[in-house]
Design a binder for this molecule. Structure first.
Ligand SMILES: [Ca+2]
Ligand SMILES: [Ca+2]
Length: 140
């Protein structure tokens, strides 16, 4: 037990030292979607299945279920997925409607970041309506 604790402390110090050489911590959530926060004053908390990273110039919230990996980098800027690209293939079309419905039905792993299109806290039929409106060009 003591050994594990020492290892964890060493690991944390290691991350701390490592972070000093880099300007950003980046979070990859698959298919080229990345968010990043500055390592300046960086603080990370886990809350309700989400990782919340707060720094001196911004913050990022990533659902742990959607996150692939995170890494330190000197490159800033975010590369967000297209709004409505639920299956993250770079296009917004009827396949995304199918993917969204399957997420709502539980047939597909829920990806809140892309599925919650109308910005409330739920993923439901209203998001399907929003997605169809995006595809039809009624909203952007
Ligand atoms: Ca798509
Ligand atoms: Ca919603």
């Amino acid at each position: 037990m003591k050994k594990i604790l020492i290892m964890m402390v060493t690991l944390l110090i290691g991350v701390g030292i490592h972070a000093q050489g880099f300007s950003y911590l980046r979070f990859n959530s698959g298919a080229g979607s990345e968010q990043c926060v500055s390592t300046d004053g960086l603080k990370i908390v886990f809350n309700n299945g989400k990782l919340v990273a707060t720094s001196n110039d911004g913050n990022a919230t990533i659902a742990l279920s959607a996150m692939n990996f995170m890494y330190f980098s000197n490159e800033g800027g975010s590369s967000q997925v297209l709004r409505g690209d639920v299956n993250r293939d770079g296009k917004v079309n009827v396949s995304d409607v199918t993917a969204l419905i399957n997420m709502i039905l539980g047939n597909l792993t829920m990806d809140q970041e892309v599925a919650n299109l109308n910005g409330d806290d739920k993923v439901n039929v209203s998001d399907v309506t929003t997605l169809i409106n995006i595809i039809l060009g009624i909203i952007s």
